[in-house]
Write a protein that binds this ligand. Sequence first.
Ligand SMILES: Nc1nc2c(c(=O)[nH]1)N[C@H]1C(S)=C(S)[C@@H](COP(=O)(O)O)O[C@H]1N2
Ligand SMILES: [Mo]
Length: 447
Amino acid sequence: MGDIKQAGRLRPAPENFLSAEQITAVGSGRRDFLRKSFLAAGAALAAPLAARAADGDPDILNLPPWATSLGLPVATNPYGMPSKYESQLLRRESPGLTRVGGASVSFAPLQGLFGIITPSGLHFERHHQGWHDVDPAKHRLMINGSDPAFLKKPKVYTMDELMRLPSVSRIHFIECGANTGLEWGNVAVPTVQYTHGMLSCSEFTGVPLKLLLEDCGVDYKKARYVLAEGGDGSAMTRTIPMEMVESGEVFVAYGQNGEMLRPENGYPLRLVVPGVQGVSWVKWLRRIEVGDQPYATKDEAIHYIDLQPSGLHRQYTSIQECKSVITTPSGGQTLLSPGFFNVSGLAWSGRGRIKQVDVSFDGGINWKTARLEGPIQNKALTRFNVDWVWDGKPAILQSRAIDETGYVQPTYGQLRKVRGTKSIYHNNAIQSWKIVEGGEVSNVQVL
Ligand SMILES: Nc1nc2c(c(=O)[nH]1)N[C@H]1C(S)=C(S)[C@@H](COP(=O)(O)O)O[C@H]1N2
Ligand SMILES: [Mo]
């Protein structure tokens, strides 16, 4: 095991992050969840489950009033909401991270989510100039060429016109390039919500951009780049290489998890660029231009670049490399007692499918291959699970993902050797969670 750095010791966590107590007390009844999974698995391990039954548990012996009375009528909530007991499972901002909330980020509560789909109301948000609820009847998408030779028939589409066209529905992850950015230099934040919560995964529905460009008479020989432009005040513009569009993977989306996009996620239209960092998934998409060279926009020439140890910057990085994180147990949670736990997490790669995830319980010395929950999809989150019997002694949990190209997620030592410590973006290092004898879980870095 290498050198270990611990959260809070090197740089104190900002005050307003949830304390460990808050996380275990609230976060989706996680404390209860851990207790239940311990008991359920205890049965499989022939642990003394009968002790509770013999004592007599009033919560199973006595009928509650709701079991013997008429419940609420249908459509009491015409649009359904989560149980009041889940009211603490929320996306949260990191106070002080930015000066104004309109140019900020809220993080998805990964510690309380199951499977791979992020409920739309918990999808992370990143706005450069605030969000708007845009009237779809007034929204337009224009497609043009920087030179008439690149695209013969420039067009303007209404939402109704777009929604008549052949559509696709695909599950993809979106990760902000700055996800885990606070951890480049040091351990900075206590929970997985803040280390990895600029990550979400949805089923998106929309029209392949390829189809629209061909409808407008694109000349693929001349037009090798696409510029995507958002309608909000941030003038969000990004270059996308034409090969990505020609592959058929890039689409203009109006649907998210079976309904229209949420306003915060770009309603009524956003670009979906599978595998590519979030900034290219332009929201409130209003214009696509085709050209013969990269556009060198502010959001790719001076932002979203990585300062290297050499003093030079990496530019035009786009693909989110293979990465994974254990979400349960994770920083801020507490294991209630020694015994069985289902260790669960997420893996993803901007280059395709996840091939394997290994989990270590001793800080990277020994590894055990996790179960991948299928179907394993292209450029989507993949849920992994692995059985663990905690002996009550200190442990360090890590996950290491391998994608279908054979790329292996790096350690902090390996990543920093190449990339240094001065970047903000594109940190895909192996995450470590330290567990102490009392069961408290905290964020540490193992080099
Ligand atoms: N028009 C527009 N598109 C945008 C942004 C923006 O501020 N304006 N933010 C970008 C960034 S940096 C990210 S990470 C994603 C976030 O998408 P989400 O808010 O749906 O999670 O949207 C991208 N698209
Ligand atoms: Mo982002």
